[in-house]
Structures are given as structure tokens and as C-alpha cells.
Design a protein around this ligand. Structure first.
Ligand SMILES: Cc1cc2nc3c(=O)[nH]c(=O)nc-3n(C[C@H](O)[C@H](O)[C@H](O)COP(=O)(O)OP(=O)(O)OC[C@H]3O[C@@H](n4cnc5c(N)ncnc54)[C@H](O)[C@@H]3O)c2cc1C
Length: 389
């Protein structure tokens, strides 16, 4: 019997397995894929994340010192810093590297195994998994669910999955037309969406978007708009679509079980960035469960500490980020233009703006008199902001 079975070897699950193994725990890490890490993603992480999780230099494909934000009417706001803010990484190789490090520390890596059922009782956890028509039962004392967006297994063990979701689309391109990250605040996009062109190296980039509208037509409208603007590129891959949780699930712990990463909705609601939070959650899950394993106490009272821990670090980010997203989605194009230009004029975009902690920027905006005076002219918005302070 393993101490823990981790289902899903994305950034969250692979990091959890590594952290467990490094603590001397016996771990099974299974994933239905063989090509772990190859999930639809732009692969941008903050410099802070790349340093904390030691992303190897050869997997850092592009480093961005800033970004250009395009407002709905086509005005451009250039954000520039002296230091690198974000790095586009080779996500597939990075996640594979974390899983390999876990394996080297003793984790049993089971690729090509799809978990189809979980039963938890007072004796332990039984995970049924299938691989090439063969069924295996993996027994463990506890389970970490790290299966990403949409986690049907969560229902079986009394966890709930995030029910507020966004839809994302992305395509890989070849282009000489983009030097740094371009963010499109609803320009060429429907009401709730924002888009990006994100370089991945010399001559290559991703075009992508996140919103709540149908991603196929949204991507078509976005690329049509970019072309009208004269943006030159060649498509390298077929478009791919996937979901992004926009709010945390209501419960990320249960008897003998925890959920991490997208399965628990631990993702920035503003940008849909979830790699860093998933890895942090993997570390926190290992910390709480290690303690539970040592005490042989898997009660909800003990495992609740995990949720308290991650909420103390990320809860405010998720709450304020979701509020910012709702504002964004409800503003008219003209209002969004005014607010973005006011943010630029008021200086709130200058200085240190953390890539991972958007609450800092939101709080800074709430304290800027120039920004707030523009905002207060937008019907309904000021009242909501005042309530949230
Ligand atoms: C278009 C797009 C762009 C994005 N860009 C960024 C970005 O630039 N930066 C960023 O930080 N985040 C980005 N994200 C979000 C990021 O990809 C996720 O937040 C992150 O991957 C979450 O990690 P995870 O470990 O929770 O889940 P995942 O990475 O989804 O991994 C889950 C794993 O579980 C496996 N699995 C699922 N079900 C089972 C099962 N039943 N049995 C066995 N295995 C199973 C899957 O095969 C997968 O390997 C983006 C998302 C999208 C859709």
C-alpha cells in the first residue's frame, strides 16, 4: 500500500509527488497521458515562479520585460520594466522534468493509466485505473486529485469541482511581427474575452484568448481582426480549445483526500495563469498530508488545514481577481478604454506590479485618486468597488 496516490501528473500533481517523495513517503503518480505536460497552455510563468521551482535555463524560451496592452478602440499602452517579469517556458519538458525528479526520489510513475474510480473507506483508498484494456487497483492511505480542469472523480470522493468556468483557445504561429507580449483587452474580441500574442522564441508565438463566449468563433474573429491590422503570421498548428476554472471549488479536502491545481480552481481568474498556484498547492498538500500520515489521522478536521493554508496564501488573490474579472466583463468598450487609459495616466501600472499577485495592482488602483475619479464616472462600478474595500 502506498502512502499516497496522486492522480494527474500536471504541474500540481508532479510537484506534489516530488514533495511527498522528498519527505520519504511512498507515492504512486498516475496520468492517463504518456506525454505529460502537453496540455493546452501558453506556458508563461513569473520570474518568481521560474526561480522558486528552478526552471532550467534551456527550458526558458522567451523572457518578457513588459507588455503592450491594446484597448478596445485600438490605443496602445506600453508597460516596460528593467527586469524580466515573465518567462515563456517549455512547459512539456518542465513538467516531465518535475515528474522525473519525483521518480528519482522514489515515486512510482504510472503513465498511460486513467483513473476511473476511487473508493475511500476507513481502511484506505482504492483507485481503479485502466491502461490498454488492463485494469489495476492501486491502494494507498490517501489520495491527491490533480486531474486538472473538469475532474469527474471529485464527485466520487465528496469534493466539488469549480463550476464557474472560462473557455480558452490557442494556436501556434510563425511570425516576425511581434517582439514582446501583446495583450488585447477586448479588441477584436467579444465582451468577456481578452486575447494575447505571446512570443515563444525567435520567430514563433502563440495567439490565444480566454473568455466565456464560444472560443471557436471568438478565435476566428480575433485572428481576422489581427490580419486587418496588418499582423503577418503563418499558422503552425490547428487551434486547440480547453477550459479554465475561474473560481475556486467550495471544498478542496475530504476524508483521506485533497484536490490541487485546476481541479480545485486554484488559478488566477484575471489571466487564467495556474501553473505556479498548482505547484504551490502541490507543496501545501504534501505538507498537510505528511503530517496526517505521521499521525495516522486523515479526518476532515486535520485535512482542512490544507484549505486554510492555501486560502491564506491565495484566497485574496482569487477573490479580488474574480471581482476584477466581473468588472471587466460588464464594462462597455468605451468604459474599458477610459479605465485602461486612466490606469496608465495615474501611474498605477508603473513600478512593481507582480505578475502573480494581481491583488497588489487592484489595491493600488483603489488607492489612486485619479483612477478612482475616472472609475466613479462609470455607472455601477464605483459602488461595487466601495463595497469590496
Ligand atoms: C489556453 C490556455 C493557456 C494557458 N496559459 C497559461 C500560462 O501561460 N501560464 C499559466 O500559469 N497557466 C496557463 N494556463 C493554465 C494552466 O495550464 C493550468 O492552470 C495548469 O496546467 C494546472 O495544472 P494542474 O496540474 O492542476 O492540471 P493539468 O496541467 O491540467 O494536469 C492534469 C493532468 O491530469 C491528467 N488526468 C486527468 N484526468 C485523469 C484521470 N482520470 N486519470 C489519470 N490522469 C488524469 C491529465 O492527463 C493531465 O496530465 C493556461 C490554460 C489554457 C487553457
Amino acid at each position: 500500500m502506498f502512502d499516497v496516490v496522486v492522480i494527474g501528473a500536471g504541474p500540481g500533481g508532479a510537484q506534489a509527488a516530488l514533495a511527498f517523495s522528498e519527505r520519504g513517503r511512498s507515492v504512486a503518480l498516475l496520468d492517463s497521458r504518456h506525454d505529460i505536460g502537453n496540455k493546452l497552455c501558453t506556458g508563461i510563468v513569473s520570474t518568481e515562479c521560474a526561480e522558486e521551482y528552478s526552471v532550467p535555463q534551456d527550458l526558458r524560451k522567451f523572457s518578457a520585460n513588459g507588455a503592450t496592452v491594446h484597448t478596445p478602440s485600438g490605443r496602445s499602452i506600453v508597460i516596460r520594466r528593467n527586469e524580466s517579469q515573465a518567462i515563456a517556458i517549455d512547459r512539456e519538458k518542465f513538467v516531465r522534468g518535475v515528474a522525473t525528479a519525483a521518480e528519482n526520489s522514489g515515486t512510482q510513475l504510472m503513465l498511460g493509466f486513467r483513473a476511473t474510480g476511487i473508493v475511500i473507506n476507513k481502511f484506505g483508498v482504492r483507485v481503479t485505473a485502466s491502461s490498454n484494456g488492463r485494469t489495476e487497483v492501486i491502494e494507498a492511505r490517501s489520495v491527491v486529485l490533480a486531474t486538472g480542469f473538469q475532474a469527474p472523480l471529485a464527485d466520487q470522493i465528496g469534493l466539488d469541482t469549480p463550476n464557474t468556468i472560462g473557455l480558452a483557445a490557442q494556436v501556434e504561429i510563425e511570425t516576425d511581427d511581434v517582439a514582446t507580449v501583446q495583450v488585447y483587452a477586448r479588441r477584436y474580441l467579444p465582451q468577456t474575452s481578452f486575447g494575447w500574442i505571446s512570443p515563444t522564441g525567435p520567430g514563433t508565438a502563440h495567439i490565444g484568448l480566454l473568455g466565456r463566449e464560444h472560443p471557436v468563433s471568438a478565435l476566428q474573429g480575433f485572428t481576422d481582426g489581427l490580419e486587418q491590422d496588418g499582423f503577418k503570421y503563418k499558422v503552425l498548428s490547428r487551434p486547440r480549445y480547453w477550459g479554465v476554472p475561474l473560481r475556486a471549488s467550495r471544498r478542496s479536502y475530504g476524508y483521506r483526500c485533497l484536490a490541487v491545481g485546476d481541479a480545485a480552481g486554484q488559478i488566477k481568474p484575471t489571466t487564467g495563469g495556474g501553473i505556479y498556484y498548482a505547484m504551490k498547492a502541490g507543496d501545501m498538500a504534501a505538507q498537510t498530508l505528511d503530517d496526517a500520515l505521521a499521525r495516522d489521522d486523515f479526518s476532515t478536521g486535520r485535512l482542512k488545514k490544507y484549505e486554510e493554508h492555501w486560502k491564506s496564501l491565495l484566497g485574496k488573490e482569487l477573490r479580488l481577481g474574480y471581482m476584477a474579472r466581473l468588472f471587466y466583463e460588464r464594462l462597455t468598450d468605451a468604459e474599458l478604454d477610459r479605465i485602461l487609459l486612466a490606469a496608465d495616466d495615474s501611474g498605477i501600472l508603473d513600478g512593481d506590479v507582480s505578475f502573480d499577485h494581481h491583488s497588489v495592482l487592484i489595491t493600488k488602483a483603489l488607492k489612486s485618486s485619479l483612477f478612482m475619479s475616472v472609475l466613479s464616472a462609470v455607472p455601477g462600478v464605483a459602488a461595487r468597488l466601495a463595497l469590496s474595500r
